[in-house]
Unconditional design. Structure first.
Length: 140
């Protein structure tokens, strides 16, 4: 993925969740966004001046207003720092998480989970005397 596309993808992922970074939502997408934000925060902090960190703070405060400034700081770093670019790619491509939790003496039958993204995680968990029958999980 080229730096320009990665810059846009990072911004697209962060914009809707940036205002909830402080909340503990437990959602996989939120957690992925939080990892992405923290990786960018750590990398921007390594810059010799504090402009990059201030741009990220402004973006966090108002993503729509400061999106262009954020992209203008992120893009050159993605072009010149291949390790950083690869870290962001890995976070983005971590994939979706599909989970099935059965509680309170519940019964789950004939469940099929298919993930066509070829990456991600699938979990089936039964608790409190629950029963699972014919559960199929596939990552294609």
């Amino acid at each position: 993925m080229d730096p320009a596309a990665l810059t846009v993808l990072v911004t697209t992922i962060l914009t809707p969740i940036i205002t909830t970074i402080g909340n503990d939502m437990g959602d996989a997408i939120f957690q992925q966004g939080k990892r992405l934000y923290n990786a960018i925060l750590a990398r921007f902090a390594k810059e010799p001046d504090t402009k990059a960190s201030r741009v990220l703070e402004n973006f966090a405060a108002d993503p729509e207003e400061y999106q262009e400034n954020f992209q203008n700081k992120l893009f050159p770093l993605l072009e010149t720092d291949s390790t950083f670019a690869e870290e962001l790619r890995r976070i983005i491509q971590a994939g979706p998480r599909q989970s099935l939790t059965i509680e309170e003496e519940a019964l789950a039958r004939h469940i099929s989970m298919v993930n066509k993204a070829r990456v991600g995680e699938q979990i089936a968990k039964g608790e409190k005397r629950s029963t699972m029958e014919d559960i199929k999980m596939r990552i294609d």
